[in-house]
Design a binder for this molecule. Structure first.
Ligand SMILES: Nc1ncnc2c1ncn2[C@@H]1O[C@H](COP(=O)(O)OP(=O)(O)O)[C@@H](O)[C@H]1O
Ligand SMILES: [Mg+2]
Length: 158
């Protein structure tokens, strides 16, 4: 499913709709796509909806941030500055936080190659080719997330 977003306000609406569908079981979410397209911003709005009080920064320099919420523990990876040997050092965390009971976001999942757990919910965020003010959020459907995407679609198109 692809959703066009034309402003920060619309990104926020999409993020809130997405966040409202996350249960205590958590989710493991990868975000790929253009630099500056709005991946961190989308995560920031989800965490705001979930009442996370900590300041949400891009964890580019630290690779991993941890947040607390009433729902479940939240982890936010940004693999942009990860080097080949660095990948090995975070594989055990990637596996651990893909288990039920964690809400985990991976920005720049491209850099984790084949180490992304199979149950990942994949989101691609990019600029529209014809209009730089439009950002496209693509929620990639698979056998595990059909219902979630259907519900998201209902929420954002009503
Ligand atoms: N839908 C939007 N409309 C306008 N500006 C946006 C939108 N989404 C994000 N931005 C802004 O673009 C900049 C880069 O966003 P960011 O989320 O850091 O990108 P990414 O994490 O994909 O590299 C930020 O200043 C952010 O506030
Ligand atoms: Mg970012």
């Amino acid at each position: 499913m692809k959703i066009k977003v034309k402003s920060l306000e619309e990104t926020k609406k999409l993020a809130c709709a997405f966040a409202s569908l996350i249960s205590k079981k958590g989710m493991f979410i990868t975000l790929t796509g253009d630099i500056g397209a709005g991946k961190t911003q989308f995560i920031r709005y989800i965490l705001e909806y979930l009442n996370v009080k900590d300041k949400v920064t891009s964890p580019s320099f630290v690779i991993l941030n941890e947040y607390k919420s009433d729902l479940c523990p939240i982890y936010h990876f940004d693999l942009y500055r990860l080097e080949e040997k660095g990948l090995k050092s975070i594989i055990s965390e990637l596996r651990e936080y893909s288990k039920e009971g964690y809400l985990t976001f991976i920005e720049w999942a491209e850099f984790a190659h084949d180490e992304i757990p199979k149950n990942a919910f994949k989101i691609n965020v990019c600029y529209d080719d014809n209009d730089v003010d439009i950002r496209l959020f693509e929620f990639i459907e698979d056998e595990n997330n059909k219902e979630f995407i259907e519900n998201l679609s209902k929420k954002v198109t009503k």
